[in-house]
Design a protein around this ligand. Structure first.
Ligand code: SF4
Length: 455
């Protein structure tokens, strides 16, 4: 189904839409306050964007440098061209160590590669240890947001879910009780795990080390207890030097949740004695995206989620309506690059208001890229006849001032005099959730001419 149809399903529950919208707007406001407290915020954004542009312009060199340094640190580096290779590599490492239980901290890359079902099909238990991720895992749902994976669930729903799966007592959605129970449940899983999988937020070419940001310390807990650590990273995650972390860590948490810094920014450099550390560097369409000049800066993304929190469409349609691993504005740029036909409705799921570009910490021109995709899609993907016809007619009307004036007059007359059931018929999608503005007498053109005459 197209995004609009999926969004219509989400919109059936009006109370949920309101609550979802408010919850994300609250996060957006926290981001604003936090960003305004940093002097030179715009300079930081410019700097981050320039660092990322530099990395992408010389990505092959930085990747090889990172690999060499990581190897020197005693880390095994693997390269995966696509999701299938990534999953096979991870499985082969686990298989070599006869691992049957894995704990995994939040990693959008492993979601992108569908690692969990792959490992589960190979008789390996994978436990997501980020609380939000664990909630959606128990609910057998994908995350609906890249930073707040269970933002679509109310605490009362989590209460019921935990009763079913963790045997908790009914608690009326008491977050403290639910969190304490989740902690007990996860501690047990950490202690029994044979291997830990993490994502990578920033990989440092200069040192071969990498940083994983979490708010729950779950990445550290998993890695410190297990014998094998596998870190899965998209190949765009590089920064040249450790000193650049100061730029990105300041931007990331503030843009994501309004926090000054993520609770844990864990640095991993080499395996502990007697343990193994692996890094799997994944392409999976990134090289192709890099080659698309109009869309290459989408690879600057540091996955803060700010563009989702601010997007009026995302807030009112929910992350699942995008049917993509990364939802929201940035997902609507990345997904068509992976499968244009399947995701062809996503670039249209935007008002092009530009709020996403305004909040993006690495200054991706998101709304302009969405507009670019639209231009590609109308040429390459067959469009519905009705849409094509309407747009053709609209194009003619807008290009002819006489026709435009006549259409405006007719529309004003209709809105004033036609019965309500006609004005708010099924065809008027805009009028579904709001009253149309009161119709004025005359248009701007008439007003202007009258004014000129009286001067
Ligand atoms: S595109 Fe920008 S705002 Fe959106 S998730 Fe990525 S870094 Fe954050």
């Amino acid at each position: 189904m197209a995004h609009a149809d999926e969004a219509a399903l989400f919109n059936k529950d009006e109370a949920k839409v309101d609550w979802h919208d408010k919850a994300l707007w609250f996060v957006r406001q926290k981001r604003d306050k936090s960003a305004h407290n940093v002097k030179g915020w715009e300079e930081l954004r410019n700097l981050a964007s320039a660092i990322k542009a530099n990395v992408l312009s010389d990505l092959d060199t930085y990747l090889v440098q990172f690999e060499e340094n990581a190897k020197k640190n005693g880390v095994t580096v693997h390269w995966a061209a696509n999701a299938e290779e990534h999953n096979k590599i991870v499985h082969s490492i686990l298989d070599k160590h006869n691992v049957k239980k894995v704990v995994k901290s939040k990693s959008m890359l492993t979601e992108e590669c569908h690692l969990n079902p792959y490992l589960e099909a190979n008789a390996i238990e994978v436990i997501d240890t980020d609380l939000g991720e664990r909630i959606v895992q128990l609910a057998q749902e994908p995350p609906s947001h890249i930073v707040l994976p269970a933002i679509h669930k109310k605490k009362e729903e989590v209460d019921i879910l935990f009763q079913e799966h963790l045997g908790t007592k009914p608690c009326n959605g008491d977050p403290q009780y639910l969190t304490a129970e989740a902690r007990k449940h996860l501690r047990n899983k950490f202690l029994k795990a044979d291997a830990a999988i993490t994502g990578v937020n920033f990989a440092i070419a200069d040192t071969g080390g990498f940083v994983v940001c979490t708010n729950e310390g779950n990445a550290d807990m998993g890695v410190h207890l297990a014998k094998v650590h596998i870190a899965c990273m998209g190949m765009e995650k590089l920064i040249p030097q450790e000193k650049h972390l100061g730029v990105f860590l300041r931007l990331l948490a503030r843009s994501a949740t309004g926090q000054p810094i993520t609770t844990y920014s864990s640095h991993f450099n080499k395996p502990e004695p007697g343990k193994e550390m692996h890094i799997v560097i994944v392409d999976n369409g990134r090289t192709e995206q890099l080659s698309r000049e109009d869309f290459r800066t989408s690879l600057h993304c540091i996955r803060c989620g700010a563009c989702m929190n601010t997007c009026p469409i995302y807030r009112r349609s929910g992350g699942h309506s995008y049917k993509a691993t990364i939802p929201g504005p940035i997902g609507s740029i990345l997904s068509p690059g992976i499968d244009l036909k399947k995701h062809s409705s996503l670039p249209f799921a935007s008002t092009l208001c530009g709020s996403c570009s305004d909040v993006c910490p690495v200054k991706i021109n998101i709304h302009e890229q969405l507009y670019k995709w639209r231009q590609v899609i109308v040429k390459e993907v067959p469009q519905p006849v009705v849409k094509k016809t309407i747009l053709k007619v609209a194009g003619r009307v807008l290009a002819n001032s006489g026709m435009y004036g006549f259409a405006g007059k007719s529309a004003r007359f209709m809105l004033k005099h036609a019965p309500r059931f006609l004005v708010y018929s099924k065809l008027n999608v805009w009028g579904k959730a709001r009253d149309l503005p009161e119709v004025k007498n005359g248009n701007f053109d008439e007003w202007y001419k009258k004014r000129k005459k009286n001067e």
